[in-house]
Design a protein around this ligand. Structure first.
Ligand SMILES: NC(=O)c1ccc[n+]([C@@H]2O[C@H](COP(=O)([O-])OP(=O)(O)OC[C@H]3O[C@@H](n4cnc5c(N)ncnc54)[C@H](O)[C@@H]3O)[C@@H](O)[C@H]2O)c1
Length: 372
């Protein structure tokens, strides 16, 4: 198969769909890999790295799209890229179609087979191609929180780990899923005094069993939340209710009860945020203040560490990318129901229920699509 990887063109996107490592594995499997020149630069991969892995560098995105049987990307295709897709071509990338009728219309019109990273599943009920980005955002959260707490940035001027004779900062993590667990591990590793709140008793049991010595946990009742928030220097929002906007767990009125200069890092901002006063910010201008409380609400946190994020995403997508290349999409999806769950669009038909419901469009089952 010819596998093509264009340079990402969405503003501020520095990741790339294929690492040189992924290219090497595909080439070793007998496939041809076409990389648009400079596609990897934002993540620190030079054209020469891809050439050394056996890939071929091509000059333009047009050529990548025209020649490849399968396109591997990071972000949803932009309008100009969607025009380049064609019937029979496979697109493997993040799509997030439910809130995006324009993109959905164009993908349906293209006739291409579109497999979305975000709906691929695993045996444990998780989303294996979303998890790496949650891991990155979670581990980054204490790092940006520590920076926000510095005096020059408007924070309390508190060092997360304290020093001998001075108590460490108190960190409250709301939501103990992938983001929250990674945030808590890193905050505890930095020496902070960490508590994680969750509403799932099973998740609290897991956290207690595995991390009992490293950080505390508590049930996320409204009472526990505000009591612990009042004592916290840094609060990290990491809740998710799948398919719904994030619940608002700290109101504007409650900001007055927090320590002056405390920092809120709202990782759940991509689902609307879990603090009432959260609004999405960018890496260029990441923090702002409301009622003396500093807020960090960057919606694409993994972009700050594009190289690590690209490598983490590449590791997770690689086995699926190889299965698609080795077997062809139909057999790869027929053999693996988790990959089949990733199918969103095929030959002008929508194949993912939640997208159809959100956009009021007809849907056929992914299993039916395998017969077309
Ligand atoms: N800003 C970014 O760059 C970025 C990057 C990655 C993920 N995210 C977002 O981070 C959020 C968390 O993602 P995740 O992968 O950890 O999800 P997850 O499903 O692994 O974990 C969410 C946790 O929140 C808990 N929860 C739900 N409602 C709660 C409540 N009211 N109080 C306390 N806990 C509650 C759930 O029980 C679950 O354990 C999501 O909104 C995700 O989209 C943002």
């Amino acid at each position: 198969m010819k596998i093509g990887c264009p340079k990402e063109i969405k503003p501020q996107e520095f990741r790339v769909g294929m690492t040189p490592d992924a290219a090497r594995e595909a080439v070793n499997g007998g496939h041809e890999v076409l990389i648009e020149t400079k596609a990897g630069l934002g993540a620190g991969f030079a054209d020469a790295d891809y050439v050394a892995a056996g890939a071929r560098i091509v000059d333009t995105a047009e050529e990548v799209f025209a020649k490849a049987d399968m396109i591997v990307k990071v972000k949803e295709p932009q309008a100009v890229e969607r025009k380049r897709l064609r019937e029979g071509q496979v697109l493997f990338t993040y799509l997030h179609l439910a809130p995006d009728p324009e993109q959905t219309k164009d993908l349906l019109a293209s006739g291409a087979t579109c497999i979305a990273y975000e709906t691929v599943t695993d045996d444990r009920g998780g989303l294996p191609l979303l998890a790496p980005m949650s891991e990155v955002a979670g581990r980054l959260a204490p790092q940006v929180g520590a920076w926000t707490l510095q005096k020059a940035n408007g924070g309390r001027g508190v060092l997360l780990g304290g020093v001998p004779g001075v108590s460490p900062a108190k960190v409250l993590v709301i939501g103990g899923g992938v983001v929250g667990t990674h945030a808590a591990k890193v905050a505890a590793g930095m020496g902070a005094d960490v508590t994680v709140l969750d509403r799932s008793i099973n998740r609290l049991r897991y956290l207690d069993d595995v991390f009992g010595g490293q950080f505390k946990n508590a049930y996320a009742s409204a009472g526990n939340t505000i009591t612990l928030a009042r004592e916290a220097d840094l609060i990290i929002g990491a809740v998710l209710i799948p398919g719904a906007a994030a619940p608002k767990l700290i109101s504007k009125a409650q900001l007055k009860e927090l320590k002056p200069g405390a920092a809120l890092v709202d990782v759940a901002i991509d689902q609307g945020g879990c603090f009432e006063t959260s609004r999405a910010t960018t890496h260029q201008d990441p923090i702002y203040e409301v009622d003396g409380i500093m807020h960090y609400c960057v919606a694409n946190m993994p972009g700050a560490v594009a190289r690590t994020s690209t490598q983490a995403l590449g590791n997770a997508t690689m086995p699926f990318m190889l299965a698609l290349a080795n077997k062809g999409w139909k057999k790869a999806c027929a053999d693996d129901r988790h990959l089949l769950n990733g199918l969103n669009v095929h030959a002008g038909k929508l194949t993912y229920d939640a997208v159809g419901t959100a956009l009021g469009l007809p849907v056929i089952s992914a299993a039916e699509a395998l017969k077309i």
